[in-house]
Write a protein that binds this ligand. Sequence first.
Ligand code: DON
Length: 590
Amino acid sequence: MITRRGFLSHSTAMTTLALAPLNAQEKSAASKTQSRVMSGSSVAATVHPLASQAAVSMMAQGGNAIDAAIAASVYLSVVDGHNSGLGGGCLMLIRRSDGSLHAIDGREKAPASASKDMFFKNGVADVKLSQDGPLACGVPGLIAALHSAHSRFGKLPWGDLFVPAIRAAHDGCKVSRSNYNTIKAEQEVIKRFPASAKVLLKSDGSLYEIGETLIQRDLAKTLESIAKNGRDWFYQGEFAEQCASHLREQGGMLTLNDFKNYEAKDRPPVRTNYRGFQVVGFPTPSSGGIHIQQMLQILSRFPLKQLYEQGDSVNYYHVLGEAMKLAFADRAHYLGDSDFVEVPSFLTSMEYTDALAKRIDMEKSTRVPGHNDSKSNAIDDGKKHTTHMTTADRDGNWVALTATVNTSWGNKMIVPGTGVVLNDEMDDFSISPGVPNAFGLVGSRANAIEPGKRPLSSMSPTIVLDAMNEPSLTCGAAGGPRIINATLQTLLRCMDLGTSMGDAIAASRIHHQWQPDLLYCESSLGGPYSREGGSNNPIVESLKAKGHEVKLIGNIAIAQGIERAKKEPDGGVALIAACDPRGEGMAAVI
Ligand code: DON
């Protein structure tokens, strides 16, 4: 139970900075009330303990799961800005207490003057330009999506949702391990942009150490302005003007009109029946919804539980890896923003997925040639950026929200005087057929750059309904293309093997993304995730014997999830929220 006073003690009026920060005693009490897996009647799981607390504090003061998710997301902009924030985008999947489902698309858009060869220099595609600096930035969508959700489904006043985040930015927050690691890794690029260096590095250019306090007063002011003036301040007013003019000075192409024309979009969710459950996913520009559906349909032809329980479960992992390979080959060829290209409906038809299932040979790994046989020599670097958060309340509102600035610290540019980190989401387009992006993903014309188009995403917020149409499970993850496979594997464990959400998230994972043609395995495969898995894992050896080219890696994605447990004796619903042991998150509940 969260009993902290700090976030809860104000009325619906926005009292922002008048709120006292938590004292040491409260902080230590709060940390004892959180753990990786927790149950309660209203719950939140995010990658940062204080963001989870910010979320449940909204529900404790009468808000719902939608308010809670928004508060968590803006809080993460402050304490976890390398992953997500106001200058990035998100995909938000909501199941409301009235049973309705909403997929709100806050994905970034290419500027109106973008063109398919904008990242070519002397005839060669230059991925640095799509990852760092002014051209890498798409029109941010996070605030538009959060505002769209709040204006229809929120309960608390918009300004209240920003109170914890404003305080964290104004008073300062402790530098986390991942803040530190990502600033350290990107410091040379950060130094190229003085406004970014001013916020993220000390005045002598050195790094803030883990646990030191990082104060972000400009970001606090920006959050206050959005809290007071709403989304238009961001898209029509001062922020848009400042951001567009700064990018123009630096050689970018995003304009004030690009901001003015941005709208979050409602999209029809993707639905699949799987062994008595209904799995609800996010449609394009996410590739996750379609490919999780496709893989579930392939895998429904195999007795997964039996395969898992046989011997060392090698056939279970084999069939999963083969399904992943087939799906990612289709992703590379067919998927793009469906506002611009036709994504064929046959991809998830029973006939087609049956044909794909028949291509799987249980004895050996099969090479999947792909549709245009494009090759990538890139090795997926396994870095994790992006963030998945999830909330659910006692009334049956559930939210699965994945947000990102793409790679760590986005395009590494902070808009001067605002504290806002901009995204590098243009890199999620296929900047040239066969040229891999930051995650080693290749694409085709379907995901080529066009003005106003949204780049293809792997973000996969997913909600699972039971036979009574009640929400039963939700999961999503961070980790580029690994998001799709981590979400799939977590949900399969819950649905096929009856594993709890906490254990399903903790279980070791595999990943295949077709190109490069490697089966990535966590070295603790077969057990719960552990950094210390040895190099002679028997399942991995059996997979190699089936012809898989295996690459052992530290970890695969960071997931968060919720499951609905049995009814409590008083008729209330017990919800269990779980954070991934691969990350630094803690769940919070009331
Ligand atoms: O939308 C996408 O697929 C990517 N921008 C997500 C980036 C991500 O997860 C980074 N993590 N490795």
